[in-house]
Design a protein around this ligand. Structure first.
Ligand code: PLP
Length: 379
């Protein structure tokens, strides 16, 4: 089946007891057993819930994966991946990461004896220099948040395979509609479901998809043992959100291109980050591994102080100033003080997260209204 059909149908069957076309919200914590241990596959809802199982099958289908697992948040999903490791193990990851990922690596798991190398992965050959006997995982995010760096997934997968490492890819920015890392050789793909998959800014959730049976069993064990399970109501909301993922993504991409082209010639813009431009550092790789370029755009303002940037960030009428992304409504975010505030200034500035950087999540409103809003804000 093709993507749009899977988005609407995968994992979902009419309810056998009454024919309800929508998957019910199984708002239950436990399941009655016939005799101890004899049940219909469901014992306690931390381990498994039918609404969640439908969603896990659906997201797995979108990533062409054998297995899917949903977590209470994107960070909960990543936390489970790092818990596959042991003290002494090493991870090679990118020097431009979602702020929360960087925070979890450096402030939580570094204390448990796991070592993280932050590497410029836009040239995949940099990765090999950090591989040693302790390396277990390469963790890539592409496009990166917020500077839209593109990392070559197939090249990372080749290095992972050669060295017997796992490759995890945070596919949040692209969504499964634009990019499928497992098809390019990744071991695990992770989503902050909160963003494009949910799509309506009303749920926080995470997901992992993979083909490897053994790693799946380990991750399912960690999910049940550690308890970052999402609830049935949230699972229902995401099942509903995903039904329009392909339609929304087409509009995010269409609007994203229009806004990027408008900003490109604006005299107040200094740097513009969007992988669809032919002069983007890794545009050719983006073209190869993504089906389109998405609705995330970042830019810096010429000669703007922090105050000027704050003033602009607060002057929009259609865009809302908020963290997060991937919803139907357009958002503007100031990474240096909002999503990426936990990264030390010198470190974030090295990868371009300067005080005059703003990040846009282009929604699915009318593109003309978004451009007019940018026009008035930049005037
Ligand atoms: C938001 C985000 C996360 C974290 O997901 P939550 O659902 O907020 O926990 C991880 N990676 C990226 C790229 C994100 O944008």
């Amino acid at each position: 089946m093709k993507f749009g059909t899977k988005a609407i149908h995968a994992g979902q069957e009419p309810d056998p007891s009454n024919g309800a076309i929508m998957t019910p919200i199984y708002q239950t914590s436990t399941y009655v057993q016939e005799s101890p241990g004899k049940h219909k596959g469901y014992a306690y809802a931390r381990g498994k819930n039918p609404t969640r199982v439908a969603l896990e099958k659906n997201i797995a289908a979108l990533e062409n994966a054998k297995h899917g697992l949903c977590f209470a948040s994107g960070m909960g999903a990543m936390d489970a991946v790092i818990k596959l490791l042991k003290p002494g193990d090493e991870v090679i990851t990118s020097d431009d990461l979602y702020g929360g990922s960087y925070r979890m690596f450096t402030k939580v798991f570094a204390n448990y004896g796991i070592k993280f190398h932050f590497v410029n992965m836009t040239d995949a050959s940099n990765i090999s220099k950090y591989v040693n006997a302790n390396t277990k995982l390469i963790w890539a995010e592409t496009p990166t948040n917020p500077t839209m760096q593109i990392i070559d997934i197939a090249a990372c997968a080749a290095i992972a395979k050669q060295n017997n490492l796992m490759l995890g890819v945070d596919n949040t920015f692209a969504s499964p509609y634009l990019q499928n890392p497992l098809d390019l050789g990744a071991t695990i793909v992770m989503h902050s479901v909160t963003k494009y998959l949910g799509g309506h800014s009303d749920v926080v959730m995470g997901a992992l998809c993979l083909n490897d049976d053994k790693i799946y069993e380990q991750l399912a064990f960690i999910l049940n043992a550690c308890g970052a399970n999402p609830g049935p109501m949230d699972s229902f909301l995401v099942l509903r959100g995903i039904k329009t993922l392909h339609v929304r993504m087409d509009r995010h991409c269409f609007n994203g291109r229009k806004v990027a082209e408008f900003l490109k010639t604006h005299p107040k813009i200094e740097k513009l980050y969007w992988p669809g431009f032919t002069d983007h550092h890794n545009h050719e790789i983006a073209k190869k591994q993504m089906r389109d370029f998405g609705g995330m755009i970042s830019f810096t303002l010429k000669g703007a102080s922090l105050d000027d940037t704050f003033k602009l960030a607060s002057s929009f009428k259609v865009f809302s100033l908020a963290e997060s992304l991937g919803g139907v409504e357009s958002l503007v975010n100031h990474p240096a003080t909002m999503t990426h505030a936990s990264i030390p200034k010198a470190e974030r500035e090295r990868v371009g997260v300067v005080d005059s950087l703003l990040r846009l999540s282009i929604g699915i409103e009318d593109a003309d209204d978004l451009i007019n809003d940018l026009k008035q804000a930049l005037a």
